[in-house]
Design a protein around this ligand. Structure first.
Ligand code: NAP
Length: 273
């Protein structure tokens, strides 16, 4: 039984003081493009919960904007990493090891598909478009988990962002749906491999949220409207609700959960009609 569990759960009285604090934890966050990014809300809520953050941006072109944004968050530092380049991943984790010594969490909030592949029919997906979407949106989780796990010497929590289009057809989500299906399978296989080191791996399946990536999906406005009308809560999810779930998963409160896809979608996924 892990030490924290014995300390925080009194089996005689049945009371629990399991904490959602991230005090003293270091977490790497991938996928902050701007203030609207889901990763930015997660970074803010994690920082409020006490975490020290390493936040990455993709390339030199985005450096200035990312640096300015990340500088507004206390206890956060910016690093560059394009997840399609193995050498950049290696360099990043060497820098993280040198700067922090260990890691307690990793947030993967990254996806990419070419604009044409999100407009035409799925049947027209090109070989190259398929490869890029799967590589950036799914394989990158495997590459990051492999690089991060040696730094998670005290256990850890890795999480990624997925969407319902992984399991049901969402017209125009196309190859991204296939990439998310692969991503969710990667979560389960990684959870099995890394569980022996007390590293948990989970996916958060968020309802639609207006972000830069979402704007690339044709008919996104319709998705928002449909979701808000049909979801049991009769509204769209707020990005801070997604971020709160990320904090929970990174904390001791989430310590028994691994390999799961957790829906934060106002219940939309339970509906049949
Ligand atoms: P976003 O702000 O555009 O974030 C997507 C991020 O992926 C950007 O920071 C982007 O960086 C990064 N990225 C793409 N290619 C990269 C690469 N090669 N190396 C490093 N970073 C790369 O949009 P978001 O909506 O917050 O998306 C975050 C995650 O949530 C995605 O996995 C998305 O599929 C998922 N999600 C979103 C919704 C939604 O409705 N918004 C719902 C469910 C799940 P650059 O901008 O610098 O390219």
């Amino acid at each position: 039984m892990p030490g924290w569990y014995a300390r925080s759960f009194d089996s005689v009285r049945g009371t629990s003081t399991v904490s959602q604090s991230l005090q003293g934890r270091t977490i790497a966050v991938f996928g902050v493009a701007n203030k609207r990014s889901i990763a930015w809300a997660i970074a803010q809520r994690m920082q409020e919960a006490g975490a020290q953050l390493a936040i990455t941006y993709q390339n030199e072109r985005l450096k200035q904007e990312a640096d300015e944004l990340i500088a507004t968050l206390p206890n956060a530092q910016a690093f560059q990493c394009d997840v399609s380049r193995d050498e950049e991943i290696t360099r990043l984790f060497e820098a993280l090891k040198e700067r922090y010594g260990k890691l307690d969490g990793l947030v993967h909030s990254i996806a990419f598909a070419s604009a044409e592949d999100l407009k035409a029919g799925f049947v027209d997906t090109s070989r190259e478009g398929f490869r890029i979407a799967l590589e950036i949106s799914a394989y990158s989780l495997v590459a990051l988990a492999r690089a991060a796990s040696p730094l998670m010497t005290g256990g850890g929590s890795i999480m990624t962002m997925t969407y319902y289009g992984a399991e049901k057809v969402v017209p125009k989500y196309n190859v991204m749906g296939v990439a998310k299906a692969a991503l969710e399978a990667c979560v389960r296989y990684l959870a099995y491999d890394l569980g022996t080191n007390n590293i948990r791996v989970n996916a958060i399946s968020a309802g639609p949220i207006k972000t830069l990536a979402a704007r690339g999906i044709s008919g996104f406005g319709e998705m928002l409207k449909e979701q808000s009308e049909r979801a049991p809560l009769r509204r769209n999810v707020d990005v801070n609700e997604v971020a709160a779930t990320a904090v929970f998963l990174a904390s001791d409160a989430g310590s028994g959960i691994t390999g799961e896809t957790i829906y934060v979608d106002c219940g939309y996924n339970i509906m049949g009609f």
